[in-house]
Design a protein around this ligand. Structure first.
Ligand code: NCD
Length: 313
């Protein structure tokens, strides 16, 4: 049985196969509407979330399956003091697969050790967010036609942004990738990622404070929200929250083929006038997120691809 806890749990080849499946689903979603009939997805979300939870629910419903879960973290038994290990042993009796979001880093990994069903990490604290990364990869591949030879700028809260950590880890395995890390000093990428991922693998990277200077060289610009909920004090958040605001003026210096990604929710780091720019890819990312999650559920449950059977894929 397989889980998706860390973005490196799948090899680059497995990820490419999953993205191929997501592309086939995108081309003909109706062909997949009965693939997971009678299967149940449990969503265990112990942190606020709109899009990721709805995206998982939409994915399972699109496959003809069912979803079960609780509406907010305060109404689950965790608020009575139940351990993650017990919760997952119980949920293993109710569902076929589970997506878990948790404020504690490592909680989904712990759950996977006690689980009888596949566990998907839907975001653990400031650590990892592998399904957002699959979404990002699908968007990059569809926009640029490749996942190699790209200069990727990541901008904003690179310290607490789990989507940033997962994207760097995953893209660092592809050839010809260069990172430009754009953040204030206080929100730099954590040292463990610089040392163990970038330096250990000789991946070229540059750290800068200036979005303007970085802009002209970028193929991808990944904007992020300053993660208010992970700050120890409000003063620091207030000081740093407006560090970067992408505007239409700043876009003038970018390549005409650049793609702007953002995991959402956006607060104010992308001005609304950028939304109409054809390089804005963040709402397309949301749509892709449903297709990759459908592909992931199918892969982890070992469900047959109806298109693969017909077209001999
Ligand atoms: C991200 C997350 O939860 O880490 N959102 C998401 O899953 N789409 C990014 C964020 O909250 O800023």
């Amino acid at each position: 049985m397989r889980h998706l806890i860390d973005p490196l749990d799948f090899s680059s080849e497995e990820i490419s196969a999953l993205l191929d499946l997501a592309d086939r689903i995108c081309d003909d979603p109706a062909a997949y509407q009965e693939v997971a009939v009678h299967k149940k997805l449990a969503t265990l979300f112990y942190e606020p979330s709109t899009r990721t939870r709805l995206s998982f629910e939409a994915a399972m419903l699109n496959l003809g399956g069912h979803v079960l879960g609780f509406p907010s973290e305060n109404v689950s038994s965790a608020s009575k003091g139940e351990s993650v290990a017990d919760t997952i042993r119980v949920v293993s009796c109710y569902a076929d697969i589970v997506a878990m979001r948790h404020p504690k880093e490592g909680a989904p990994l712990r759950a996977s050790r006690y689980s009888r069903i596949p566990v998907i990490n839907a975001g653990d604290g400031g650590h990892q967010h592998p399904t957002q990364t699959l979404t990002d990869l699908m968007t990059i591949r569809r926009r640029m036609g490749r996942l190699e030879n790209l200069t990727i700028g990541l901008c904003g809260d690179l310290k607490f942004g789990r989507t940033v950590h997962s994207l760097i880890k995953t893209m660092a395995r592809r050839p010809g990738i260069r990172f430009v890390l754009i953040s204030p000093e206080e929100l730099r990428v954590p040292d463990y990622i610089i040392k163990d991922v970038l330096e250990a693998n000789n991946i070229p990277y540059e750290e800068t404070r200036s979005l303007e200077e970085a802009m002209p060289q970028l193929d991808i610009l990944y904007m992020t929200r300053v993660q208010r909920e992970r700050f120890f004090n409000e003063e620091d958040y207030v000081r740093l929250k407006n560090s970067y605001i992408l505007t239409r003026d700043k876009m003038a210096d970018a390549k005409p083929t650049m793609a702007v990604l953002h995991p959402l929710p956006r607060v104010n780091e992308i001005a609304l006038d950028v939304d109409d720019d054809p390089r804005a890819a963040y709402f397309e990312q949301v749509q892709n997120g449903v297709y990759v999650r459908m592909a992931l559920i199918m892969t982890l449950l070992g469900l047959k691809d109806p298109k693969a059977a017909k077209e001999g894929n």
